[in-house]
Each structure stands twice: as C-alpha cells, then as structure tokens.
Design a protein around this ligand. Structure first.
Ligand code: C5P
Length: 231
C-alpha cells in the first residue's frame, strides 16, 4: 500500500556493533536464514511505503557488495560516517536529486530486523499531517530509578519517560538542516534529538515491543522468536 504522501527510507548500517563480540558487524550476523540487514531491508521494501531505500555502509565493508539486495533497483548505497548522525546525513545527501524538501524520510536502524509493515503505516498515517514529525516509542512497564554511583537518588514518573525506537520520521529538508547544524554534537544520539536541540517538538507514536534492536548476542534468539510469532 502506497501512502498518500511521498516517503523515503534511510538505513544507517555503518556501525561495527562492538557489544556483539562477533567476528563481523552485527547487521551481517545470521538470523532465520538471512543476515540481519537483509531482513530489515526486505521489510522496508515489502511495506510498499517507500520510493527508495538509502543505506549508509562503511566504505571498508566487504560484506555489503556480496548481498544481492545491495543491487536491488530500489536500494541506494551511500558512504557511512564516523557517527550514526554522519551516516544518516550521508544517506540523505544521496537522495538529494530525488527527494523534495517536504517529502517524509523514515530513518530506521539496520539492526532492527523485526519492524512490521503495520508499524510503518501506523507511523506514516499518524504523522503525515504533522508540522515536525516523530518517532516510534515504547512506554516503560518497569519502575524507573535515577541512580548515582549505585545509589538510587529518585524514582522517575514513568508516564513521562518513553524509549526511542526507529523509524524516526521527519521532513527531508528539516532533517538534513538539523543534522548539519548539530554536526559533532555528542547529544545527538538519534534524529529526534537533533530537531529537539533546534527547538522543535517531535511526537511519539506507540510502537510494538517486538521492534527490538540487536545489541547483545542474546538478542538474535529473541529476534528469531519474534519473527516466528509474527509469521
Ligand atoms: O550502535 P547502535 O546499535 O546504536 O547503532 C544503531 C544503527 O546505526 C546501526 O544500524 C548501525 O549500523 C548504525 N551506525 C551507522 N554509522 C555509525 C554508527 C552506527 O550507520 N558510525
């Protein structure tokens, strides 16, 4: 299903994933018969929501050219950068002759292979008339503590705390400008934080808890379990 607004996907995939302690970046680890990144890209492509998918890949990455999906006609490869934000900016630049300033861009981590078509369309339908955009997020079911040196200093009111997931959906021109203006700022850990630093107020859309990010070795088994449940 094509949304009524024009959307592009950007996938930062130039990280090394040190916490996985694996012999290759985590997006190339095997999961249910494919690599993690093949699942992620297949889900974005099969959602039907996007004009193209721009993927930021490290220039020294020997694994990407080996995957047939790297040659898919709707996949564009851009050089990755030092930080995630640099990789996203690079992928946005690769779309500059294709995307219009007011088109929507959904930035999605390569390491989140369980994203559903339902969440993609929910996000686009919820935010497509918004002036800024927003992110998929999850509320916390646990009580949250503020801690200094192993000691609890406060209990945080959890109705004000959400976990930021991806996709993160913003206007092409606004996101590019925000990432350029905040370049090198260590507070920019996701796309929303770049816009927040400039005074914008992104929205949240409640996402599904199975949209996990592969970070540690045990996450692969969890992702496989979620995929079986989704099927
Ligand atoms: O390391 P982390 O899990 O936070 O990375 C999130 C996403 O950002 C991953 O898909 C990773 O490949 C990507 N990334 C990137 N360029 C970097 C660092 C991370 O594209 N320099």
């Amino acid at each position: 299903m094509k949304p009524t607004v024009q959307c592009w996907a950007v996938v930062p995939a130039a990280g090394v994933g040190k916490r996985m302690q694996a012999d290759r970046p985590k997006q190339y680890l095997p999961l249910a018969g494919k690599t993690v990144i093949e699942h992620t890209l297949t889900r974005l492509l099969e959602s039907g929501a996007f004009q193209k998918v721009a993927v930021a890949i490290s220039v020294e990455d020997p694994y990407w050219p080996e995957l047939s999906i790297s040659k898919h006609s709707d996949v564009i490869t851009a050089p990755g950068g030092k930080e995630r934000a640099d990789s996203v900016l690079s992928a946005l630049k690769a779309l500059k002759d294709l995307a219009s300033e007011d088109d929507w861009v959904l930035v999605h981590d390569a390491a989140r292979p369980c994203l559903t078509t339902a969440d993609i369309h929910l996000q686009i339908e919820t935010l497509k008339n918004d002036g800024v955009g927003g992110i998929l997020a999850l509320s916390s079911h646990d009580t949250l503590k503020h801690v200094d040196d192993d000691t609890i200093t406060a209990t945080i009111d959890r109705k004000h705390v959400w976990r930021a997931l991806t996709p993160q959906m913003f206007k092409y021109g606004m996101l590019r400008d925000a990432l350029q203006q905040t370049e090198g700022n260590p507070a920019v850990t996701d796309e929303a934080s770049a816009l927040e630093l400039l005074g914008y107020k992104p929205k949240i859309v409640e996402g599904r808890p199975d949209n996990i990010k592969i970070t540690r070795p045990e996450d692969l088994a969890l992702a496989q379990f979620y995929m079986e449940q989704q099927a």
